[in-house]
Write a protein that binds this ligand. Structure first.
Ligand SMILES: [Zn+2]
Length: 144
């Protein structure tokens, strides 16, 4: 008997209930039928954020802005990490320029800021970009 998990869809953002043991069997969304995992970060706004932050799947958020050089440098590292960390973790990006309500809700003072959420709670955060290996190590450390 496998544990049921709530996982938000990266396309329609509706919450799905799926067996934890079936996470790596390319599950599809029960609502929009699209793949629940794409191997790439999902862009979130204030309408879709809570659905993902409140799911049982850990959410790693990159708070960034288009004018931020270190953010742009870190983007490929973050995108590639999605392929390695899914389906244990969901990676998401929040453009703080467009989503100022989210940036202020989390008190983002410098970018990039990386935040890990699960079940609606913040588990960890760090300010500043990291090299690829260090980033994946940091995520794994926070999630034990
Ligand atoms: Zn969907």
């Amino acid at each position: 008997m496998s544990q049921l998990m709530i996982v938000a869809c990266p396309h329609c953002h509706r919450k799905n209930r799926i067996e934890a043991a079936r996470l790596d069997e390319s599950p599809r969304c029960g609502v929009c039928k699209a793949a629940l995992f794409m191997g790439e970060p999902v862009d979130l706004d204030s309408g879709s954020f809570n659905s993902h932050a409140g799911s049982d799947l850990p959410l790693v958020v990159d708070f960034w802005a288009p004018w931020c050089g270190p953010c742009r440098q870190f983007a490929p590292t973050f995108a590639k990490a999605a392929g390695e960390l899914e389906p244990r973790v969901r990676l998401a990006k929040v453009n703080t320029e467009e989503q100022q309500a989210l940036a202020s809700r989390f008190g983002i003072r410098s970018i990039p800021t990386l935040l890990i959420m699960r079940g609606g709670k913040e588990l960890a955060r760090v300010a500043g970009a990291m090299p690829p290996g260090q980033f994946i190590q940091w995520v794994n450390q926070q999630l034990g």
